[in-house]
Write a new protein. Sequence first.
Lengths: 211, 211
Amino acid sequence: MAAVVTSPLKGSRADRTRATEARILSVALDSFGTKGFDSVSLDDLAADLGITKQAILYHWSSKRALLDAVIDRAALELIIEFDGALSEEGSGWSRVESIVRRIFRVAMRRPELLGFIREISRIGGDASLRVTADLEPFVSRATNYFEREMDEGRIRRCDPGLLLVSAYSTVLGAATEVEVLRAVGIEPTLRSTVVRRRELLSFLHAAMVAP
Amino acid sequence: MAAVVTSPLKGSRADRTRATEARILSVALDSFGTKGFDSVSLDDLAADLGITKQAILYHWSSKRALLDAVIDRAALELIIEFDGALSEEGSGWSRVESIVRRIFRVAMRRPELLGFIREISRIGGDASLRVTADLEPFVSRATNYFEREMDEGRIRRCDPGLLLVSAYSTVLGAATEVEVLRAVGIEPTLRSTVVRRRELLSFLHAAMVAP
DNA sequence: AGGAATGTTTACCACTTGGTAAGTGAATCG
DNA sequence: CGATTCACTTACCAAGTGGTAAACATTCCT
């Protein structure tokens, strides 16, 4: 039994390293997503983590490298969230309904995640390209879904890419809405948002969709 | 005819001062709205204006004071934009349609304006409170409009304040959408946005509004 | 004209920023 | 056990930050 575990604590150092990096990434994603990349210094981050900023720079060579790592993580988590949404049961509008509900739920549960996506779209440069590259699996999957639905006449025919961008930015809008509600002092719930959104949609639908 | 104008250039100094301050506010609104408050230094701002940062600090005692002034200006411009939207012709849904179109047009013409509003909602603290205070004329006017429309049965009855917050955040969402489109390399036009939004709305409407 | 007020610049400062170099204590390995 | 690697800290630095003080040029007032 001694041969199986080579050291008293199985991979204790490597595990601790991975745990530390995960903690840093988590706090960084949260801070960057809610306060903005430039508004958060490495010292701030380190203070939140109870370590020194040099500990962060030990794991990533620069703040920018940390940002890239956070982008990777955010993209991964987005993929997981959306992947869950896209594998919902049902078909046609009932499936669409589940997906939309689920995405709104993400916007409420993880505002920092979507806020971060918005943040890097502002930083621009490589960052936005990186995201679209990392999200490729999701993009192709969503595109396939849209095209299938169009083929079967359940969605009006249009460019799937544009439709995806619209849906994507609508999610960002929902995230913004959550932030605005909190700023105004209303703690948003899924129910309240859905109710208000229903009002809003009938409002907008009549204005934009109706001839 | 000499008595009318007391100096060769009518109020030339005061006018130039006002013009300078207006230029600073304009560039600051643009930069803060697109890059974020913390991402823009006074030196950056001054460089864009072709002056020194101390010239800015002569007109406002601190960067924060400048931000407050920019907030005032943004609120004023928002009021003007929305005021124009609210004084659209027509009644009922046709009027709503005009308003929504006009607001989307603002989101496309002035992304920095709505981006800035989002920015200060992130900065939080007094800023968001200030905005709601400065927007009071617009809020009460919009509320009156909503209530009138509800009284006459043209909008389903609900809390006007909540409806306004929803409409407000929808505008922010539209601004985000414009940013995302530009990041993806698509220069948004009113037509393309309306077309895609129509698709999106029928998409969401069926999912969220339909029983 | 001459002095005062005004708008702006140059010079400067304390502090924070991201980042580097060297040192330290514990885990790992021979 | 002793040497080494590893995760991290202390000490430090150059550049940039918001902000102040004083010098300077222009416009205004009398």
